[in-house]
Design a protein around this ligand. Structure first.
Ligand code: AMP
Ligand code: GLY
Length: 443
């Protein structure tokens, strides 16, 4: 079997790495790929916004199965293009990809189907946006309607910040057409959780839960990024909460899309805020998360190719997936300046030393090879990922690996997974014999 993975980030490196383990695959191709992916798969240039070009490439490569990593090809309609030509691809159609392609579409969808989310107003011009900001009070969240590669959301603490974001999106058009319309919404408080499923032609499969770290600095400070690190641990998602999310979010989302005539197939990422009133949807992504995919793939024990095929064959319910019980952690190493304009072309060293540590894998994102040197080529450069016995030792291992890697201006968060450790500590304290029934744990 020939497989084509579309995309060029750490997510795609992790997908290609996992697909290579399959006994059923012959050739794995990636387009456009990156320097790390090129070490394990043949890479080809392609325009990820041009469905016809992607189909042509898949036909040239005789790809039996294609997987789209990022949202751009899906929102552009790559799945519709492949389906018309009878070529297999995993992902939602253009109509279904609107769940990520338009925040206004997603919010109106959730409202229509009673799916819990923040209260919102859609604004078509600056004046109505400014009025909505005053109606909601502070803090308030301003979101560009269209795709913005993680740059379209501002959580504003002051009125000035909120109006600036609005001006930036709608008047100065910093995001082009993506910011012509905006969503103004209520700011939710709580912990975030990424709940990702694979929706098949019949049935769906939950992936292990992950938690992303969106803000650039430790302690969730600073501007939002595409994600500075993620970890996966079963303790993130107690069974009751899991059932609650399935009943209140996953099932009504899949049923709602089917009822609206745009049935959803492929990976669906529900970004949730666990509020005091229960889980609420912050956003849908019509794909796997990046960097969430890296820790997820580290825990997957089943054959990924079989799972993808089962989703297209309507066999997911009988197929299922096996996971390592061990937690995994991914720390993103970023270039100086990220998430703003970032430096590139810096020499990277130490990857082999990092990967010589047990249970460590380095997934490339913004890297390139020139004159036999590995260079930085983007804001998020790579995701150092580890899997080990428990969360504390996994965090220790991943940072030991990070310490081996260097490039000029490298920065990263030092607290990836720390929320998980705190949660485990609280759970342990609550179960301590001194804190049993009738003895509330000390504040
Ligand atoms: P989104 O792309 O919609 O997920 O937004 C990116 C990030 O902004 C989320 O992961 C949250 O950290 C934050 N965010 C988005 N919407 C809200 C909200 N309504 N309340 C608080 N934070 C939010
Ligand atoms: N890590 C968040 C995303 O993939 O959108």
């Amino acid at each position: 079997m020939n497989i084509l993975v579309l995309g060029s980030g750490g997510r795609e490196h992790a997908l290609v790495w996992k697909l290579r383990e399959s006994q059923l695959t012959d050739n794995i191709f990636c387009a456009p790929g990156n320097a790390g992916i090129a070490q394990i798969a043949e890479c080809f240039p392609v325009d990820l916004k041009n469905p016809a070009a992607m189909l042509q490439l898949a036909e040239d490569l005789k790809a039996d199965l294609t997987v789209a990593g990022p949202e751009a090809p899906l929102v552009a309609g790559v799945v519709d293009e492949f389906e018309r030509a009878g070529r297999r691809i995993v992902g939602p159609t253009k109509a279904a990809a609107q769940l990520e392609g338009s925040k206004i579409f997603a919010k109106e969808f959730m409202k229509r189907h009673g799916i819990p989310t923040a209260r919102f107003a859609a604004a078509e011009d600056y004046a109505s946006g400014a009025k909505a900001i005053d109606d909601f009070g502070l803090p308030v969240v301003i979101k560009a309607d269209g795709l913005a590669a993680g740059k379209g959301v501002v959580v504003a603490r002051t009125r000035k910040e909120a109006l600036e974001a609005l001006d930036d999106f709608m008047v100065r058009k910093s995001l082009g057409g993506a910011g012509e319309r905006v969503v103004v919404e209520e700011c939710l408080a709580g912990e975030e959780l990424s709940f990702i499923i694979l929706a098949g032609k019949r049935g769906w499969l939950p992936l292990v839960p992950t938690q992303d770290h969106k803000a650039v600095f430790d302690g969730d400070l600073g501007p939002n990024t595409g994600g500075m690190g993620a970890y996966s641990d079963d303790s993130i998602l107690p069974e009751r909460l899991r059932q609650d999310i399935i009943r209140r979010v996953i099932e009504p989302t899949l049923a709602g899309m089917a009822a609206d005539g745009a049935p959803y197939y492929g990976f669906l990422y529900c970004g949730l805020m666990l509020t005091a009133e229960g889980p609420k949807v912050l956003e849908y992504n019509v794909r796997l998360g990046d960097p969430e995919t890296q820790p997820i793939m580290m825990r997957l024990r089943s054959d990924l190719f079989e799972i993808l095929t089962a989703s297209l064959d309507g066999q997911l319910a009988v197929h299922g997936a096996r996971w390592s019980p061990n937690p995994s952690v991914c720390v993103v190493l970023a270039s100086k300046g990220y998430p703003g304009k970032s430096e590139t072309g810096k020499v990277i060293t130490g990857i082999e030393a990092a990967e010589s540590l047990g249970g460590v894998k380095v997934f490339h994102a913004g890297t390139s090879f020139r004159d036999r040197q590995l260079l930085t080529a983007g804001g998020r450069v790579m995701g150092v990922t580890a899997i080990a016995e428990d969360l504390a030792s996994t965090i220790e291992q991943v940072y030991a690996a990070v310490a081996k890697i260097q490039f000029d201006g490298m920065h990263y968060r030092r607290d990836i997974g720390a929320k998980g450790l705190r949660r485990l500590k609280i759970t342990l304290d609550n179960h301590h014999p001194d804190n049993q029934a009738g003895n509330p744990p000390p504040a």
